[in-house]
Design a protein around this ligand. Structure first.
Ligand code: ADP
Ligand code: MG
Length: 682
């Protein structure tokens, strides 16, 4: 066998078991995966004018080391490394805590670049890391920043990419057909990959990004359209003929009257269920608009019609929560329901699987555990996925194949305009809940600088005294999960010191085991914890109506939609709720974005504003549109490319050449239909 771009990454030197696992966690299995693991941003390491940097801002500073580094130990594990650095005509102090080994990297007279936090009063930088690669890319002024994790460092990823490129450059496939490359003036994929990782100018990254984004969109559109075509070829779907009177009775038994918008989408969805065509529908509704109840009605209808259904969600916390609310809504004699997640015990799991296979179970709720191979249904009629942007096309395909082409409903809280949604999600029908349940008091939003944090703490306290609860969302540090956790832990300790013993503070982050997370969530739900410090893991769907305050640190680093999602965790009950954005915006756009958050709570308005504010300089957009699985492409900012990709895909799936010609071999391979010949053309 010859060398192939699909070789496992283990062919590269220095990829042992530990690194391999870390790479797998990042979704990197093959050499091509590695080469497609693009930096999520570039660090511009040009020397900043010191007077422009704000207190506590994180910056990269480059200068000359002008003193030896002095190491002071004060305890077995505690120490401090200090040296002076000259930037232009100023001399500043740089301090690293507890990283004594850095001493060997600091040499008087040499140039150095340090990433850290600026203390304006002391004119000093608290170093977080010394940038190694910048020395090589000095002229470029860019350093690629990758998402890394505990098992693998930035630098290692850069080295591996460099090595992979050197060895496999000639084998990088051109997936976009040549005629489209020409039509849209796209550079070769090889050049694009190179420039994504090792750019020397902004113009280069732009050209590279255009190619990469088009490829991403095009492959997605091809997958979706091939899937649709296959469905059509299969023909009729299942008719779920529920009893209308039963369904009415169920709806009447709900604890509240449906909003008009809910009624409308229930009609649309239940209408589809009865028809013999495959439902392929997207249900959009702002956070808190009441999608869960709509899902419950569809699940009820399906079971009433004698079919099974599945509800798939991205996290265990969310699965638990849905289970809880559905158990309350369904009569156990009428609808039998079970929960299946990664932490379901073996014995329980076996029981569930048996009941599922023989049809005793009606509704199965769960996480990715639902799509494991040994999960098989008796007669799956409906699949619902919640917050679907967390699932990939492939996973959707697997779940769908577990039934005889069941109806599919995707639910998302990402508000994007209808036309855009239809395209972005691959030709779906779209239902929109554009109305919140009556009686909601709008969330009062303010923003503040970090230096006013005492104020914020005090404000939270006044809410706690009223018996309410609060969330505090910590800054997100994408380049390192362990820093992320450290940040959260710091804030957690600070708040503990401030509030305990009067109020209890809890901590939630992505590194915790599912069972630990659950326990914390449970305690917060039961009001045993009044303050929950969390990383963004709680972003999706959590429902604790007694929580009235949401504090978001580093709010300017989140996109508007993400902020909106986070804010949607409060304002779910009848009490007045508050959202406090703690931010240090560095430019007018940043300030403008904070202002917009304080002015509107309408998700659709926010997504439009988002688009307006998206400057051309925003190389990677902001990964907030929550679109399906796009790594680089941004469905809002790159809408033009998305539409073009969709139209081209629609043409190509209907051409026989696509299925047989060697010209499309690498495209076929990429979308996973390598050995298919007949699809029935129209
Ligand atoms: P979403 O998933 O769309 O963010 P949920 O389904 O979690 O929203 O609903 C948010 C809250 O509103 C829940 O507590 C739910 O019980 C409540 N709710 C849903 N529909 C209505 C309604 N028509 N009237 C009153 N409350 C409702
Ligand atoms: Mg929800």
């Amino acid at each position: 066998m010859g060398k192939s771009i699909y070789d496992p990454v283990t062919v590269l030197p220095q990829v042992g078991a530990k690194r391999l696992e870390a790479l797998h966690q990042l979704g990197i299995f093959t050499v091509l995966d590695l080469l497609s693991h693009y930096p999520f941003r570039y660090e511009d390491i040009q020397v900043k004018d010191l007077s422009e940097i704000e207190d506590q801002e994180k910056v990269t500073l480059k200068g000359d080391v002008v003193s030896e580094a002095v190491l002071t130990r004060f305890g077995p594990k505690k120490n401090r490394l200090v040296f002076r650095m000259a930037i232009d005509h100023a001399v500043i102090a740089v301090t690293f805590f507890n990283q004594p080994y850095l001493k060997s990297k600091i040499h008087a007279g040499e140039e150095i670049a340090v990433f850290g936090k600026w203390d304006d009063k002391r004119k000093s930088l608290t170093g977080m890391k010394i940038l190694g690669a910048q020395i090589e890319q000095e002229e470029a002024g860019f350093e690629s920043i990758y998402s890394a994790n505990k098992g693998i460092k930035q630098k290692t990823i850069l080295n591996l990419v460099t090595e992979a490129f050197a060895r496999y450059e000639a084998l990088i496939p051109e997936i976009i057909p040549a005629y489209l490359k020409e039509k849209y003036r796209l550079i070769s994929h090889r050049d694009a990959i190179y420039a994504m990782h090792f750019p020397t100018s902004e113009e280069q990254t732009k050209q590279a990004r255009r190619e990469v984004v088009f490829e991403e969109f095009f492959v997605f559109q091809m997958k979706m359209q091939v899937l649709r075509k296959q469905e059509k070829a299969v023909g009729k779907g299942t008719e779920l003929t529920y009893n209308v009177a039963d369904l009415r009775r169920f709806i009447a038994s709900l604890p509240f009257e449906l909003t008009n918008a809910q009624k409308r989408v229930v009609n649309e969805i239940c209408g589809d269920l009865r028809k013999s065509l495959h439902m392929h529908r997207l249900l959009q509704g702002d956070v808190g608009s009441g999608k869960t109840i709509v899902a419950a009605i569809a699940l009820f209808a399906t079971s009433n019609a004698g079919f099974q259904s599945a509800l798939m969600v991205p996290t265990e916390i969310l699965a638990e929560q849905h289970m809880e609310s559905l158990v309350q809504l369904f009569d156990p004699l009428e609808v039998r329901i079970a929960l299946l997640t990664g932490s379901t015990k073996t014995k329980m799991r076996r029981e569930i699987l048996t009941e599922l296979a023989n049809g005793e179970l009606d509704v199965l709720i769960g996480t990715h555990a639902l799509i494991q191979e040994d999960v098989s249904f008796h007669n799956l009629g409906l699949v619902i996925t919640d917050e679907q942007h967390r699932f990939g096309v492939n996973q959707r395909k697997i779940l769908r194949e577990k039934g005889d082409h069941p109806d599919v409903l995707f639910m998302t809280a990402t508000p994007i305009p209808r036309t855009l949604a239809i395209t972005a999600y691959g030709e779906m029908d779209v239902s929109i809940i554009d109305e919140l349940p009556a009686g909601r008091i709008p969330i009062e939003t303010t923003w503040t600088r970090p230096k006013n944090f005492e104020h914020t703490l005090h404000f939270i306290e006044t809410q706690l005294r009223k018996g309410s609860q609060a969330y505090v969302i910590c800054p997100l540090i994408e380049e390192s999960e362990s820093l992320d956790v450290k940040n959260a832990t710091d804030i957690y300790e600070k708040l503990q010191a401030y509030y305990e013993p009067n109020f209890q503070v809890g901590l939630l982050h992505g590194k915790m085991k599912p069972a630990e997370k659950e326990a914390v969530m449970e305690r917060f739900k039961n009001n045993q914890l009044q303050v929950l410090v969390s990383t963004t893991v709680i972003e999706v769907g959590v429902n604790v109506p007694n929580a009235t305050t949401m504090v978001i640190y580093d709010a300017d680093r989140f996109g508007l939609s993400q902020l909106h999602q986070l804010r949607g965790r409060v304002g779910r009950g009848t009490k007045e709720s508050y959202c406090i954005l703690v931010a240090n915006p560095k430019n007018d756009t940043g300030i403008e974005r904070m202002k917009i958050m304080t002015e509107t709570t309408d998700g659709f308005v926010l997504s439009e504003k988002d688009l307006e504010l998206r400057g051309a300089g925003d190389l990677f957009g902001s990964k907030q549109s929550g679109a399906p699985e796009f790594k680089v492409g941004d469905i809002i900012g790159d809408f033009g490319a998305l539409e073009a990709a969709r139209n081209e895909a629609a043409l190509l799936v209907n051409q026989e050449a696509f299925y047989v010609s060697p010209d499309y071999q690498s495209l076929r391979r990429e979308i996973g239909i390598e050995n298919m010949d007949s699809l029935g053309f129209d």
